[in-house]
Ligand binder design. Sequence first.
Ligand code: CAA
Length: 378
Amino acid sequence: MFHITSEQEMVRLMARDFAKRELEPYAGERDEKEIFPEEVIKKMGQLGLMGMMIPPEYGGTGAGAVSYCLALQEIAYACASSAVTMSVANLSAEPLLKYGSEEQKTKYLPLLASGEILGAFAVTEPGAGSDPGSMTTKAEDRGDYYLINGSKNFITNGGYAGLINLIARTDSKKGNRGLSAFIVEEGLPGFIVGKKEKKMGLKASNTVELIFDDCRIPKENLLGREGQGFKVAMTALDSGRIGIASQSLGIARACLDEAVSYANTRKQFGRNIGSFQAIQWMVADMATEIEAASLLALSAAHRKDKGIPFTKEASMAKLFASELANRAAYKSLQVHGGYGYMTDFKIERLYRDARVTAIYEGTSEIQRVVIARDVMGV
Ligand code: CAA
């Protein structure tokens, strides 16, 4: 078994306790009414859940990736929407931690760590999803500022973010190497939050379009060097994928528990359906795959904490856990039969929430590309 320290266990229990009180009882209603629980998200920030990789010198807890993985599972178990909010908030600190100047770190990290501001990460565009290297949002060097024009879509937290990591094109001829990263603060003239997406699931998370119309970003907000934007994005996504693996695990655990409790009470043919082997096998498969996914996610997180490269491991964890979450949602709904298709049962929401985990932060197909390139050296 993977060794969890007593500190990491305390973080897990703290997140579990919070999720039980503040998320689980309201998750169904927030989903139905598409409510983004701003005050609750703030509380998560105050508990240190929004900047778990930020070290104490910048106001964070420095809890690390293993604690993050455990805490995020607990949040996702109760409310997958709040889990993606948390995951992207943590992801938004990564570019600053790795590429930020001392001034940028001192200015922004404490705000992210305390939850005073929420972070977002703007890479995807209408025509650039799996292939971010084809993005067209432009950042023109105009002396003491960059002029930004273009739009980003599917941006998690975008409507509530105080800080956005923006990747934009500074050189039209250099492909991936012509991208640069910027810090965008909310409220800049020419920075517009566009339409809010209507989604299949994760309805209590915020997903919007961001529009840049002659938006001026001060020169000092360039993150890293010009041309480093693609690497900034990829580095952040490596960590983000541990987050989505953890979110997927939380959803899968909830699917399993819902299946077990339903199977142990629902009677057909004069006995609990849990006494039938067909149901037991579904439960056994779910439980086994959850254990495997958990070890993959913790192993990727452990490598990150130890400073060991973890790109491949994060992709493996994300691939396996997200596909498992979808299989678990399918099986658990199957155990529920017709009732599972009704909105009265939690599994209906879990089924919808699970779907996107195999799509965002790199589709399963992209994860396989990352893994195969590493394994095969191609
Ligand atoms: N870390 C650091 N550098 C990396 C890297 C990594 N993990 N992966 C690639 N790079 C570097 C390469 O070394 C290379 O560097 P050089 O230019 O110095 O040679 C450069 O980046 C280009 O790499 P590739 O040639 O491998 O790039 P590619 O165009 O073939 O793309 C890819 C690779 C893996 C397919 C990548 O494009 C990818 O991950 N695509 C998926 C994008 C994605 O996940 N989007 C999600 C958006 S965010 C989101 O969903 C958030 C949310 O709201 C929940």
